[in-house]
Ligand binder design. Structure first.
Ligand code: 5GP
Ligand code: MG
Ligand code: MG
Length: 183
C-alpha cells in the first residue's frame, strides 16, 4: 500500500503513558480486589502494547485473552460495520472481564464488542481505553477508564498503526502529512 509522506509528532510521551498506566492499574486493582480471576481481553491489534504494560502493573490473578474486531482496515475512515475476525479462546461466563481497547473513536467497535461479551453473561464487565476522542462519538458509550482524551487527530504508535506501520513507536504521536494528504 502506498502512503503519502508524513512525519509523526509526539503527542503523549512514553513517560506520560507509563505514569498514567500506573494510576489506572491502581484503580483497576481496587475495583477487582476480590476477584478470583480477571480475564483481561485485548482488542487486536492496536491494544497489544497497552495490554502488555497494563497487566504487568496489576497485582491480581490475571488471564489474558484476545479478540479481533475489524473496524478501520488499513484506511483512516471508520466503518460502521463491525465483524469479529478472531474470537476469545476462553469462556467468560461468570468471570470478571476487563476489555482493553486502544482508542474509542465513533464508539461502534467498543459497543459492538461489549454487546457480544455481555451476552455471554460475565460476572463483571469493565472496559479501559488508552485514548478517547469524545468529539468523534456517534454511539453513546464511554470506557470505564480512559488514559487520555485527545482531539480529533489521527494518531499512531504504542501499538497503533497507520497502514500497519508505526506500531513500534514507544510514544503516541499524530500523523502530519508533508505532501498532499491521504489518498
Ligand atoms: P470506532 O469504532 O470507535 O470508531 O473505532 C475504534 C477503532 O478505530 C480503534 O480501536 C482504532 O483501531 C481505530 N482508530 C480510531 N482512531 C484512530 C487513530 O487516530 N489512529 C489509528 N491508527 N486508528 C484509529
Ligand atoms: Mg482498536
Ligand atoms: Mg488499524
Amino acid at each position: 500500500m502506498s502512503q503519502p509522506d508524513y512525519v509523526v509528532d509526539t503527542m503523549i510521551s512514553a513517560k506520560a503513558i507509563a505514569a498514567r498506566i500506573e494510576t489506572l492499574a491502581r484503580e483497576i486493582q481496587d475495583r477487582f480486589r476480590d476477584t478470583d480471576k480477571l480475564v483481561v481481553v485485548g482488542l487486536l491489534r492496536g491494544s497489544f502494547v497497552f495490554i502488555a504494560d497494563l497487566v504487568r502493573e496489576l497485582d491480581l490473578p490475571v488471564e489474558v485473552d484476545f479478540l479481533e474486531a475489524s473496524s478501520y482496515g488499513d484506511s483512516m475512515e471508520s466503518s460502521r460495520e463491525v465483524r469479529i475476525l478472531k474470537d476469545l479462546r476462553g469462556e467468560i461466563a461468570g468471570r470478571d472481564v476487563l476489555v482493553v481497547e486502544d482508542i474509542v473513536d465513533t464508539g461502534f467497535t467498543l459497543s459492538h464488542v461489549l454487546k457480544l461479551l455481555q451476552s455471554r453473561e460475565p460476572k463483571r464487565l469493565e472496559t479501559i481505553a488508552l485514548l478517547d476522542k469524545p468529539s468523534r462519538r456517534e454511539v453513546d458509550i464511554k470506557a470505564s477508564w480512559t488514559g487520555f482524551e485527545i482531539p480529533d487527530e489521527f494518531v499512531v504508535g504504542y501499538g497503533i498503526d497507520y497502514g500497519q506501520r508505526n506500531r513500534n513507536l514507544p510514544f503516541i504521536g499524530n500523523v502530519r502529512f508533508t505532501e498532499e494528504g491521504p489518498a
